[in-house]
Ligand binder design. Sequence first.
Ligand SMILES: C[S@@+](CC[C@H](N)C(=O)[O-])C[C@H]1O[C@@H](n2cnc3c(N)ncnc32)[C@H](O)[C@@H]1O
Length: 278
Amino acid sequence: MYIDPKWRVLTVGDGDLSFSASLLKYHRPRQLTATIYDSKDCLDEKYGDEYYRQLQQENCQVITEFNVTDKSTWGELNNKSFDVVIFQFPLLPAFSSQQAFQAQCENFSVNTLNRVLLRKYLLNCFEYFLDDNGAKLALITSKNVKPYREWDIERSLIRHSAINFIGRFYFDMTKFPDYKVRNVNRDKHVKSTQGTTYIYSSDPLESCKIIFDHASDDYITYNRPSRVPAHKTCQVCRTGAFTNERDKQMHLASKKHHQMFEYEAQWSLFLQQEDVNN
Ligand SMILES: C[S@@+](CC[C@H](N)C(=O)[O-])C[C@H]1O[C@@H](n2cnc3c(N)ncnc32)[C@H](O)[C@@H]1O
């Protein structure tokens, strides 16, 4: 992940704040505002306040109880004054009880609710946090394993919006010493599996240039159209090329495909309802 020293950075949902503390110490951006979803008491209880104190000692603004989907928790942050916003390993907060789970999942699955969180994050980044005259980059780092890969992060989140998916790069943990990826609700350090950072912008040409110029040492895949003919792939699962029709039919009959098909149908329904409500 390239961080330009001229950038003003906003971090979202930063568990124990170890990512923000590392970013500040080793990448020295012009300005950093770090936010966490939890209250300060909750932070103390779950993880301790080591990184909170480190950031405060460096005069870095830290905001607690910041819900990226809820404007009323943002204070003054909605004035489009950042170059880049970063959400590392996003995941819905744990449900407080079985009743809370049932209430939230009455209409939509956890898969859809995670996509909703990320869609709102991206829409709010470009509407409220990112400076129209700045770098205009929103980043999501996630894992390429279940359940995260079932969110179709690259395509589904920005459907019917003016946001572009620019490409992705390998998240190199070694560039963020002391960063511990945290579980949503416990003081556990999540077993680290390879992360991928997905890059979005409202301004694809300019952003591509920044990424091209500076990220040469990261492995990058740009968002180029696939050369594989569509009929040899499964667009829902993003798999293929199938070697023959039998392979394709076997895939279409598989449990995995049916599950993804169901997720996609539910996501389309959510987007239709969002359209009606806007
Ligand atoms: C798997 S944890 C990762 C924590 C941290 N980003 C890291 O890399 O260690 C997912 C994080 O997303 C945060 N989160 C979930 N929903 C959120 C929301 N609506 N607004 C802000 N943060 C949220 C949770 O509080 C949690 O800290």
